[in-house]
Design a protein around this ligand. Sequence first.
Ligand code: SF4
Ligand code: SF4
Length: 217
Amino acid sequence: MIITELKPIAEVIDSLKSYSRIFLVGCGECATTCKTGGKDELVKMQAELERQGKTVLGSCIPDAPCISAQIKVEMAKNIPALRQAEAILVLACGLGTQSVKDNDRMGKAVLPACNTICGAVVDAKGDFCEKCSMCGECVLGITAGICPVTLCAKGLLNGPCGGMDKGKCEVDKDKDCAWVLIYQELEKQGKTAQLKAAYPAKDFKKTLKPHRITAAR
Ligand code: SF4
Ligand code: SF4
């Protein structure tokens, strides 16, 4: 899922200084889980904006505003309010915010209420753990399912740097060295021999942005 945090309210208010009639869009998936764009956060945002003298004309929470079909349906249901709005404030990630912009046919100002941090898994305690940097060339098959691109502070692909100390990362002593974790996992599986092969440098062409991939039909 995509991890977001709410921007400081002063920053949100400042971004809306030229607008007084606002429509709010939340997100029923990731931003609801992050408590940045669910029902409660929209209610709180509305109250804050009203305290600042703004008028909130309405709101919607599509399951996933990053999916065009869903935001289109919600916008169609809210056309009267959207017509009167000067700005749409999106409580979702940068994908959701840009999807709202792409699907707004009225040319409204579309503004983010959140900062987008990373893609992460939600662990058993409910904490968000960044695990994948979306590098386009997954090496998990040779690193025992542990991502060195993301979990190694230097993104190294061929074993630990010289700074690893007693299994800890030289960049952050509180963190385990990703390559020690990879070695230990491969050792359990009796597969450390596969580390002898040097992994070639990554093809950074695969990280050129923006990606546009045609969905399978
Ligand atoms: S190697 Fe790491 S960053 Fe690249 S796709 Fe796999 S999990 Fe993601
Ligand atoms: S100590 Fe390990 S995790 Fe830290 S930068 Fe070096 S190789 Fe990467």
